[in-house]
Design a protein around this ligand. Structure first.
Ligand code: PRP
Length: 190
């Protein structure tokens, strides 16, 4: 029994993830001026693996920094209220900023972050998200770079968790009902 046995199906394979990340890195490298010293902002925890692979595919000099948010509640569904748990070290005034997310679901997190960061007057502010669930969108947020549009399924792996675990899966998968039941209890409680 390994962690892979807790995955009912794979939605995006490791090979497809890595191939798309090569494309995203090339697009970012082409769109950002080579001497602009852009700042890539990783939204913890979910985006840590994506940032690591993405920035290795970005061919211009850049910086990385980190923010963390947390939505109230837990379980299968994300909630409306976003809290800032960790702020940037860098001053972004006049900087070109790329916000790196693992997933945009309802859009509440990215909506909150974009409003917060805009107030600090960056030269530009763009979002690069690995996954996008357009069917769930409640906030109209601009997404400059999207890795994959995915259906409305609860996904784990490649940074995304269930009960803080399974982030280390190298692909995007859907947990088995047994795993959901074991870690989250009855999903109907949502
Ligand atoms: C997840 C994900 C996004 C957000 C997306 O983070 O990483 O930040 O939810 O949901 P939304 O579009 O509906 O706001 P979460 O708050 O679960 O924290 P984590 O990344 O630390 O797991």
């Amino acid at each position: 029994m390994t962690m892979h046995d807790d995955v009912a199906k794979i939605l995006v394979t490791e090979a497809n993830l890595q191939a798309r990340i090569v494309e995203l890195g090339a697009a970012l490298s082409a769109d950002l001026a080579p001497d602009s010293r852009p700042l890539f902002v990783c939204i913890l925890k979910g985006a840590y693996m994506f940032l690591s692979d993405l920035t290795r595919q970005v061919s211009i000099p850049h910086e990385v920094d980190f923010m963390a948010t947390s939505a109230y509640g837990g379980g299968l569904d994300s909630r409306g209220v976003v809290r800032l748990m960790l702020d940037l070290k860098a001053n972004i005034r006049g900087r070109h900023v790329v916000v790196v997310e693992d997933i945009v679901d309802r859009g509440g997190t990215i909506n909150y972050l974009l409003r917060l960061l805009e107030e600090r007057h960056p030269a530009s502010l763009r979002v690069c998200t690995l996954l996008n669930k357009p069917s769930r969108r409640e906030f109209n947020v601009p997404l400059a770079y999207v890795g994959f549009d995915i259906p409305n399924e609860f996904v784990i792996g490649y940074g995304l968790d269930i009960d803080e675990m399974y982030r280390n899966l190298p692909y995007i998968g859907v947990p088995t009902p047994a795993l959901v039941e074991r870690l989250l209890g009855n999903p109907a409680r949502e």
